[in-house]
Design a protein around this ligand. Structure first.
Ligand code: ATP
Length: 239
């Protein structure tokens, strides 16, 4: 099952944030979207997650059209968003935050909830220490791990991450990249990674889209983009 967006145009009020954007993600793939502030990356994730309705275009998950569905139904279809700034509930415990990630799906299945929680603690052992205490006591990196784990609780087919490395120390960014690769390789979940940290994105993604003022201006494999003069000049500062 693949995710495909065709010709997406979207507005915030009178501002056109996306214009004719098309993207595809294949099973087993991690795709990254890079671009300057305000290019439209978060808006695109919001459209894919059902938070914003596109003015034009269609989104297909497998054979199902989903662009008209509200966000809570999009989650049920198998698309999880890990939003910018983590949006962890700081006064709730780690356990409670995790349960919120799948409450809609399994609220009548206690044993499913418990086995998912166990799986998440295995994948994110750093969360054990704060499991029953307020998530706000954790470091930024740990809160980002929690946000990712919460996104995985619903067993998504595809997980969308909005700048997970933002504000974090390089060694934690490395840990996050390893986790994203495990999500793709071990869980078989498709990944869309929006990143300002272009070097990080090029390191782990299978394919990269470059967004500028609401449209994709370039798409390719990291190995090709690394040598693209525009990418080098604008995003890597190497020319
Ligand atoms: P950033 O990295 O800063 O989040 P981005 O690439 O994710 O940037 P978006 O946040 O999608 O870009 O913004 C795209 C455009 O839409 C920008 O011009 C922005 O000012 C505008 N915009 C975004 N959200 C809203 C909103 N809720 N209301 C009005 N305009 C918005």
């Amino acid at each position: 099952m693949m995710l495909q967006a065709n010709g997406i145009t979207a507005y915030h009020g009178r501002i056109r944030a996306l214009h004719q954007v098309s993207l595809s993600v294949h099973p087993g793939e991690m795709v990254s979207i890079i671009g300057a502030n305000g290019a439209g990356k978060s808006t695109l994730l919001g459209v894919l997650a059902g938070l914003y309705k596109p003015a034009q275009g269609e989104i297909l998950l497998g054979k199902d059209r989903i662009e008209h569905l509200p966000a809570h139904q999009v989650v049920r279809k198998g698309i999880s968003l890990v939003p910018e700034g983590r949006q962890v509930f700081t006064s709730l415990s780690v356990r409670e935050n995790l349960i919120l990630g799948m409450y809609h799906k399994y609220k009548r299945e206690k044993h499913t909830v418990e086995s998912k929680l166990e799986a998440m603690l295995e994948m994110f052992p750093g969360l054990k220490k704060h499991y029953k205490s307020a998530a706000g006591n954790m470091s930024g990196g740990e809160q980002q791990m929690l946000a990712i784990a919460r996104g995985l609780m619903a067993d998504p087919k595809i997980i969308l991450l909005d700048e997970p490395s933002m504000g974090l120390a390089p060694f934690i960014v490395k840990e996050i990249l390893v986790i994203l690769q495990r999500i793709r390789d071990d869980l078989g979940t498709m990944v869309i990674l929006v990143e300002q940290n272009v070097k990080a994105a090029l390191k782990v993604a299978d394919r990269v889209y470059v967004m500028d003022r609401g449209t994709f201006v370039l798409e390719g494999k990291p190995s090709d983009l690394l040598y693209d003069p525009m990418v080098q000049k604008t995003y890597l500062g190497t020319v």
